[in-house]
Design a binder for this molecule. Structure first.
Ligand SMILES: [Zn+2]
Length: 129
């Protein structure tokens, strides 16, 4: 869908949703829901007891308007907004293109699976004889 005929009421550009509050940059880890993206980013949390930081990942659902249409593996900027549904109170406002780190991870995963499937295929062939 192009920019001109976006009819999404929850679109930050064409709808009446006003992004306000905090903004984050994260990576889309799932785009399988309709008009919704799962966005993840890493942060640090200070532990006073040990006087050290621990890595924490934050995962939220963000509204993904059709005129933006962020895909899995893309880096996006999301902004907090009013609750759009039970679990959505963020909206994707910009995509920054494919995240290299995520892409490498995904490629590695696919390669691993292909390797495993190849082995399975070979073992099933050998048991046939
Ligand atoms: Zn739109």
């Amino acid at each position: 869908m192009n920019m001109a005929n976006c009819t999404d009421a929850h679109c930050p550009v064409h709808g009446e949703v006003l992004p306000r509050g905090r903004r984050f940059t994260g990576v889309v880890t799932s785009d399988r829901m309709s008009k919704t993206a799962t966005v993840e980013w890493a942060g640090r949390k200070y532990l006073p007891k040990y006087e050290r930081y621990i890595k924490r990942r934050t995962k939220v659902h963000a509204h993904n308007p059709e005129c933006i249409n962020a895909r899995k593996g893309e880096r996006v900027i999301i902004a907090e907004c009013r609750p759009l549904s039970k679990t959505k109170h963020f909206v994707v406002i910009k995509t920054l293109g494919v995240d290299i780190k995520m892409q490498l991870k995904e490629e590695l995963r696919i390669a691993e699976r292909k390797k495993l499937e190849g082995e399975e295929y070979a073992s099933s062939k050998s048991t046939d004889n």
